[in-house]
Design a protein around this ligand. Sequence first.
Ligand code: GUN
Ligand code: FE
Length: 429
Amino acid sequence: MSINVYKGNIITSKSYDELKVIPNGYVVVKDGFIEEVSESLDERYVKEIVTDFGDRLIIPAFSDLHMHAPQYTQRGIGMDCLLFDWLNNYTFPQEANFKDNSYAKSVYAKLIRDFLRNGSFQLALFTTIHYDACDILYRMLEESGLYAYTGITNMDRNSTDYYMDDTDESLRKTEEFIINHRNSERVKPILIPRFAPTCTKKLMLGLGELAKKYDLGVHTHLVESKAEAAWAKELYPEYASDGEIYEKCGLLQGHGPKIFAHVIFPSETEERILKEYDGISVHCPDSTSNVTAGIMPASTMHEKGLKIALGSDVGGGHFLGMNHQIARTVQISKMKEFYEESYKRIKLANAFYMATVTGGSIFDRIGKIEKGYRFNALVVENMLDEEYKTSLEDALERFSYIGDDRNITDRYIDGIRIDPEEVYERIKG
Ligand code: GUN
Ligand code: FE
């Protein structure tokens, strides 16, 4: 049994609306799990060595529930396009590069290093159609200690000749990937139909079979732009809307998480489906501003009891750091409030909750600095100011706006201190 005690300014969520702040508090970690969080150290632990982080913040690590691993190298490029031009001119050609395994190795090792640097320790990752590249990513994730859902990305129409699968080939690869990648504690397979316009009904029905057979969840893009929602409707005229395609084709019948990126234009059908299947809608504020054109009605959805997490959606988004997505969530919600008076903006505590608690909820006991949770945590420095009286809440807000990976001094996954550079050296091969 190993016990570690950490001291610092602890910030975690009390609820969706409220932060819990413990100045100079203690976190007792036993075998990777938080045993106690307190203002003063219980007598039972006074003999333990205390790692004192002084005035630094101790916060839960972030969950990035929508990110495209192969798009890491294209971030910040093509950002004046709308979705379809950006996909056709930048993204599909870039993703096609992952047929080359050495290219995949090089990009994915750096990506994993940078997830670790930025404190995103729980992930839902889109990939490419290439079995080997997906396998490389999966193995590297496992070696790194990160938590993730990933798999083969499916697309069998409306892409380019050089980057598209035949329906049977896509289903065969997906099943093989599931069979060969089912036994990890931390990295789990999930179905990834890219979005309705690039997937035929035959493919969707086949994936529905796999969802049932292997009890899997699904990760896709849902009503992410007006053009996309209209195109999905045109391609699947027999269904009421985008969301019903996944429901009626059987993709929501497994027990794994149902992760829907963007959900910018949810109809009543989408709202019903999200509720009925305990779906998580992933708000990706950078991407929404860059390529998808629209703002998720996040606060309205929250009021209706729907779950919302955050995603970087790199390369549609340009920053990997989820602290920036927290700030951007607040920023663009104010734009929506400005243009739609009835809309209620998102507060910092709400966005922090999305990036930690809701995002963490698809993993096992992750998302809070609280007894019983895994100690997946970040230590953040330099957010307090001598010249400006800064509360601890201010410090968290400031980290969201102006902080980056250089402000994160210590990183823990399951109570183990992680060094991103060491992991990178180990996995890059
Ligand atoms: N819709 C289909 N593919 C993509 C993608 O790669 N990024 C985003 N943001 N939306 C998509
Ligand atoms: Fe995306």
